[in-house]
Design a binder for this molecule. Structure first.
Ligand code: PEP
Length: 255
């Protein structure tokens, strides 16, 4: 039985004041919510405020990226140890914006994945095809490559905390979400690939969430798919009411 997970990716949005104002409302709305794991990934500058703001709740906090080294001359980078010091427990790795804007390769994603797991952070590994790749019928090939390279060198015993986020690049921030059928097919393929690589037990305990224009109006249909264990939400997670409605809708999956 996998507990559904609904994660907010605030990207480069929200000052400390804005983050605190969000939490004031969101904590009240979610005070009686059960049966779902909630994760919030604020920008680095709001991490400690968000960690303080979720005290006494089960809401977890994530970084939006890490560098793989523990410390050193890496200007602008945040290490797993620095992230852990803020109180964050999760980290998003390989988001398509990191891959496309900042040039993160599958090799870099792999180094970050290994480092996160070594230091005890729960990674949310983002994978997904571009529109061109989908139109060329390469979706499943791309997903296999991103999983196999991103998780290279890891063993089944390492991956229990892993969350995989299937985020088709063409659906992120566009308002065009994948249909339940498209997402369901991709998620089944991801589960099969994890099973082949790590065995049934390890693969069965990983959560695979969908990301890409998730809203209150489409989350139920998506999580009704057998292999969709929740959602990673960008734009619609910035407003506490809207994110709460997604949490409510994503709470009941079929698993
Ligand atoms: C994301 O940034 O991971 C994302 C899925 O964004 P959006 O929900 O805005 O498409």
């Amino acid at each position: 039985m996998r507990t559904p997970l609904i994660a907010a990716n605030w990207k480069m949005h929200k000052t400390v004041d804005e983050a605190e104002a969000f939490l004031k409302v969101f904590r009240r709305l979610t005070k009686d919510v059960t049966g779902v794991d909630i994760v919030i990934a604020p920008p680095f500058t709001a991490l400690t405020a968000v960690v303080a703001g979720v005290q006494g709740s089960s809401i977890a906090v994530a970084g939006q990226d890490i560098f793989w080294e523990a410390e050193g001359a890496f200007t602008g980078a945040i290490s797993p140890t620095l992230l852990l010091q803020t109180g964050a427990t999760h980290v998003i790795i390989g988001h398509s914006e990191r891959r496309q804007v900042f040039g993160d390769s599958d090799e870099a994603v792999n180094l970050k994945m290994r480092s996160a797991l070594d230091f005890g952070l729960a990674p949310i590994l983002c994978i997904g095809e571009t529109l061109e790749e989908r139109n060329n019928d390469e979706t499943l090939i791309v997903l296999t490559r991103q999983i196999c390279q991103g998780l290279d060198g890891l063993a089944g015993r390492n991956i229990a905390p892993l969350v995989v986020a299937y985020e088709p690049v063409w659906a992120i921030g566009t308002g065009h979400h994948a249909t339940a059928e498209q997402a369901g097919q991709a998620h089944s393929h991801i589960r099969t690939t994890l099973r082949e690589k790590f065995g049934k037990g390890a693969a069965g305990s990983c959560r695979i969430v969908y990301g890409g224009s998730v809203k209150a109006g489409n989350v139920r249909e998506l999580v009704a798919q057998p292999e969709i264990d929740g959602a990673l939400v960008g734009g619609a997670s910035l407003d506490p009411e809207s994110f709460f409605e997604i949490v409510e809708g994503g709470r009941v999956t079929t698993v």
